[in-house]
Design a protein around this ligand. Structure first.
Ligand SMILES: Nc1nc2c(c(=O)[nH]1)N[C@H]1C(S)=C(S)[C@@H](COP(=O)(O)OP(=O)(O)OC[C@H]3O[C@@H](n4cnc5c(=O)[nH]c(N)nc54)[C@H](O)[C@@H]3O)O[C@H]1N2
Ligand SMILES: Nc1nc2c(c(=O)[nH]1)N[C@H]1C(S)=C(S)[C@@H](COP(=O)(O)OP(=O)(O)OC[C@H]3O[C@@H](n4cnc5c(=O)[nH]c(N)nc54)[C@H](O)[C@@H]3O)O[C@H]1N2
Ligand SMILES: [Mo]
Length: 927
């Protein structure tokens, strides 16, 4: 405890921390003071406007709002005397007078009715508001309903929107009794700039703002009318938001944010409103086997009518066929004729089982997953120079920083909940530096926006470091104590002057100097990065620069400092930790190390691990194309959409002798399958997952899988037994316990702890330690505890624009869609919000092409061509086009360049030379 005050609360002497309110002290002691405009949740400041929480303070003429009033020394407070109780009941009655009756309430179980009930108030003596003054229903939004006749003007929605999520859409318009929340001043919600995070709905205490899924046509509903409520983790991105899933009659009714360590109760549109993909009629509910008389393999299956290509099979038959097909290839051609792609959408236990299946069952390491297409280059650079691939600090550490760089990441769309913390940081005066060729949404919050040329990160970062070195702004003590290679690095960096690098990256020398001084001068600074850094042929060099930059200034290892590659999939950190990587076993232990192989020989009962590092995603596809790999097992990945130069990948998949796909939908990849195994979706299974912050969390089963679909780990065990492995796991917990035998990162993290505690981060030092947020305060897991400066040279993208392909194509994501669209295009709200394939071009470019915004353009690269609707977007540079990769009818990867980074083996998704033309035809699938 810091400084304290002593006061009398309901006759008892109480000691409380300074700055804590009377309401909080009372609440902590079990006293129930009603509250409406006050939301006791992280991020919500008390406002004291509704008067529902009034208490008496001796010597004061008027009652005081306890939610906002802090006790002072010697104060005498009464919360339950007749004057306070009667006043509070009066407030409640006045509020109820203006509400629909309980029977007609929008939310019969709203917080308001709870509070009224707690005070024994059920209706009102006061006359209701004149009807004509009640604003009408606003049902313009697909996911939320606004019924302002229930609004009590408490302003919680405004605080939710402005202060918690920092979206600034909701404000109060009008005065006094006529003050109501409005969206962008006066728009209907559905037409406003609202990003549908639903924070306001979660905050509203009266049901004036509600999830549409809870209301009937008469705008009535009951937020507590569900059969079960399960605490789990969101299935979308690596932030790892905790959710509460409410299920009624076997269907998810609505989802709310839970106070997990990463999200503190917040969610984004996908986590809150994107859940119903699991109920889509396309869900796989029975095992499928390709028909003898099926048409030739191709992208030609209709997911709503797969029967032309596939027939239903029993689990027995399908598992036999799936496993024996792989085993036959093994005995005929040898184990290396079979390879596997595991999933970052499944649990840690499932990832572990998958890599074990390939390594133990087929005697090699040709097993990989989407991390290869994602942060492989970042991890390569981190492993090489820091000695560990995970983040050095949680993103929430931004709370303690003065400055943060966000480079090549677009968190408002891709890590929206993390972005809320970034935006709050700037509101508190933190300096945000955004480095991105696109004028993305964080620009508005940035102290410096460096909109530089794509593919020139090394030039820009080296110039910044040149300034730090030339002006001696570096942290000498830190460099001496914790690093190696500084002298060579210092020599190397001299050539990269801001003036010279300006010609490459387009940022003025002056701005480069200002940013260098700001970062070096900050007492605590963090660096966040994403795909704009990693998905280049020089992705590893880009990440090396970021590491060197942090080391130069000693911005690692202290609160508010660190290196944080924002991890993408909900469990990509965990899947990587679990060994779903071709050159390392669980916990990044090299397959080339004889001691490591001996350890696994022991744990895996005599299995010999191959000492040859395996092939990566794109390398595996190449071997498939060349006919060297003849069988594949693909779990929860959709390479027929997500691989670069996807026509090549699709041709490869079509050539496989035997393809087993385990998914929840008949994906583009499953189009090429011989056997399709129907899996349970995330809310339908149990297991642990690890988010971008290294926090391990428990995912729990909220409902049963449809039809005969089974949990992925169960299917894996059945498959393993059929290829001759002696697996006898009966529960994911047994798998987790086995993982602990080889994974030091899981020390002190037990299944039992995860079942009862909110989360445990690694590294964790003891049974009561929640795990470390910041690591490497005392050195690095490398030789002599030192991190290394790795000089990086400027290399151009693999394919530069020329006369035939004069513009730059960049690909990426949109808020509402997930990767290949398999899930989100089947989520009703998300699909309604973003229904059509689109690309973005600068308005001046559209004009010169003679294309109206919303018109069609043809995009052509050396790999292929497609037609897509074009939006006008000033954020995109005039010589660039941005294309998301979620739409099968205009699949971005038909166009992308498969050229690889030599270290991370990641393809250059962020840069291809492209020709853009006006198109007249209706959008057609790729040709
Ligand atoms: N809504 C949604 N969220 C997601 C996902 C999704 O599919 N949809 N996917 C998840 C996954 S797996 C991942 S990996 C993350 C990815 O999250 P991000 O890394 O944010 O993803 P992107 O949109 O691919 O690209 C990020 C930024 O890189 C910029 N960029 C392009 N070229 C360059 C360059 O040369 N240099 C620099 N510095 N920047 C450049 C782009 O303009 C873009 O703003 O998102 C996760 N979250
Ligand atoms: N052009 C371009 N291409 C890119 C990128 C880019 O920026 N631009 N980014 C790359 C990156 S960073 C990534 S991470 C990859 C992602 O590439 P993928 O991982 O191939 O993409 P997803 O669509 O996420 O595929 C996940 C699959 O898992 C299924 N699934 C979901 N839940 C479950 C489950 O519980 N069990 C099972 N068995 N299946 C499940 C989904 O239906 C879906 O088919 O894409 C890469 N490709
Ligand atoms: Mo990713």
């Amino acid at each position: 405890m810091g400084e304290t005050v002593r006061f009398i609360l309901d006759g008892e002497q109480v000691e409380a921390e300074m700055g804590v309110t009377i309401w909080e002290v009372a609440n902590g002691r079990g006293l129930k003071i009603p509250h409406l405009c006050h939301k006791p949740a992280p991020g919500y400041r008390p406002d004291g406007n509704c008067r529902a929480c009034m208490v008496e303070i001796e010597g004061e003429r008027t009652l005081a709002a306890s939610c906002i009033r802090e006790p002072s020394e010697g104060m005498v407070v009464r919360t339950a005397n007749p004057r306070a109780t009667q006043a509070r009941r009066m407030v409640m009655e006045l509020l109820l007078a203006d509400q629909p009756d309980r029977e007609a309430a929008h939310d019969r179980s709203s917080h308001l009715w709870d509070m009224a009930g707690a005070q024994g108030v059920s209706d009102s003596r006061f006359p209701a508001l004149e009807k004509e003054r009640i604003p009408l229903l606003d049902d313009s939004h697909v996911a939320m309903r606004v019924n302002l006749d229930a609004c009590i003007q408490c302003g919680l929605c405004v605080r939710a929107c402005r202060e918690v999520q920092v979206n600034d859409v909701i404000g109060m318009s009008g005065r006094g009794h006529d003050a109501y929340p409005t969206f962008d001043l006066a728009d209907p919600m559905g037409d406003s700039t609202c990003v549908a995070c639903g924070e306001c709905v979660q905050a509203c205490p009266t049901g004036a703002l509600m999830p549409a899924s809870v209301l009937d046509e008469a705008q009535q509903g009951d937020s507590r009318d569900y059969d079960s409520e399960t605490k789990s983790v969101c299935p979308f991105c690596g932030v790892g938001c905790q959710v509460s899933v409410k299920v009624k009659d076997g269907r998810v009714k609505h989802v709310e944010g839970v106070n997990g360590p990463a999200n503190e109760g917040r969610l984004c549109v996908k986590g809150r409103f994107g859940f119903d993909y699991i109920h889509h009629p396309h869900r796989l509910t029975v095992p499928l086997i390709r028909r003898e008389d099926a048409p030739e393999k191709g992208l030609n299956v209709d997911p709503s009518n797969p029967w032309t290509h596939f027939r239903e099979a029993t689990w027995e038959e399908a598992l036999d066929r799936a496993a024996h097909g792989l085993a036959d290839l093994r005995s005929f051609y040898g184990g290396t004729s079979v390879a596997g792609f595991g999933s970052a959408k499944c649990t840690n236990e499932e990832a572990y089982l998958f890599q074990k299946f390939i390594r133990q069952g087929f005697g090699h390491n040709n097993v990989d997953h989407c991390t290869r297409l994602c942060h492989a280059s970042s991890v390569a650079a981190l492993m090489e120079n820091v000695g560990s691939g995970a983040v050095t600090a949680s993103f929430n550490e931004i709370e303690n920083a003065d400055l943060a760089i966000v480079i090549g990441a677009n968190p408002t769309e891709n890590h929206p909940v993390a972005a809320t913390f970034f935006k709050q940081f700037t509101k508190r005066g933190g300096q945000l530096v955004v480095m991105d060729p696109r004028g993305q949404a964080l620009k508005r919050h940035a102290a410096f926006m460096l909109q530089f040329r794509p593919g020139t990160d090394v030039a820009l970062l080296n110039a910044i470091m040149n300034v730090i070195v030339e002006e001696k702004l570096y942290d000498r003590q830190y460099i001496e104590g914790f690093t190696e290679g500084f002298f060579e690095f210092r020599e190397h960096i001299r050539a990269f002057t801001p003036e010279r690098m300006n010609e490459l990256c387009g940022i003025s020398a002056e701005t480069i100097r200002a940013v260098a001084r700001a970062y070096a001068g900050a007492s605590r600074a963090m660096i966040f990065w994403g795909m704009g850094v990693s998905q280049h042929v020089h992705g590893t060099d880009n990440a090396r620069c970021l590491i060197s930059l942090a080391l130069l200034c000693g911005h690692v290892g202290r609160p508010g400092t660190g290196l944080h590659p924002l991890r993408g999939q909900n469990n990509v950190q965990g899947a990587s930790d679990a060994g779903l990587i071709p050159h390392v076993m669980p916990d990044y232990q090299s397959v080339t190390d004889p001691e490591v192989r001996a350890l696994f020989r022991h744990i895996w009962r005599g299995t010999e691990i191959s000492e040859n590092p395996g092939l990566t995603v794109v390398e595996i596809m190449d071997r498939v194309y060349r006919g060297e790999i003849k069988g594949m097992y693909i779990l929860g990945e959709n390479p027929a959409m997500s691989d670069p130069d996807v026509e090549h990948a699709r041709k490869a998949l079509a050539q496989l002798d035997h393809l087993v796909v385990q998914d929840i939908f008949l994906t583009e990849t499953a189009n090429f399958a011989d056997v399709i195994l129907p899996a349970s979706a995330f809310p339908e299974k149990r297991g642990t997952v690890t988010n971008t912050n290294r926090q391990v969390q428990m995912a729990r089963k909220a409902l049963d899988a449809p039809g005969q679909a089974r949990e992925d780990w169960e299917i894996l065990v059945q498959m393993a037994r059929r290829v001759g492995l002696d697996w006898d796991y009966d529960d994911p917990r047994e798998v987790f316990d086995e993982m602990k035998m080889s994974m030091r990162s899981l020390h002190h993290i037990t299944w039992k702890r995860l079942a009862t505690e909110s989360a445990v981060a690694y590294p964790c030092s003891g049974p009561d330690d929640p795990g470390r947020s910041v690591v490497f305060a005392d050195g690095f897991p490398r030789r002599a505890g030192r991190a290394r400066f790795a000089p990086a040279r400027v290399t151009p993208p693999a394919e530069m624009p020329d006369d035939r392909f004069p513009m730059v194509l960049t690909t990426g994501r949109q808020l509402e869609h997930w990767h290949t669209g398999s899930m989100t295009r089947r989520a009703s709200v998300l699909d309604a919000m973003e229904p059509e394939a689109n690309c973005s071009l600068h308005p001046s470019t559209l004009r010169s092409l003679g294309v109206e915004p919303g018109g069609l353009v043809r995009l052509t690269t050396r790999r292929g061509s497609l037609v897509v609707m074009a939006r006008a977007d000033r954020a995109v540079a005039p010589d660039m086009v941005f294309l998301p990769f979620a739409y099968v009818e205009a699949a971005a990867n038909i166009l992308t360049n498969p050229a690889l980074d030599p270290f991370g083996k990641i393809p250059e998704f962020k840069y291809s030379a492209v020709r853009v033309e006006k198109a007249d035809a209706a959008p057609v699938a790729a040709e």
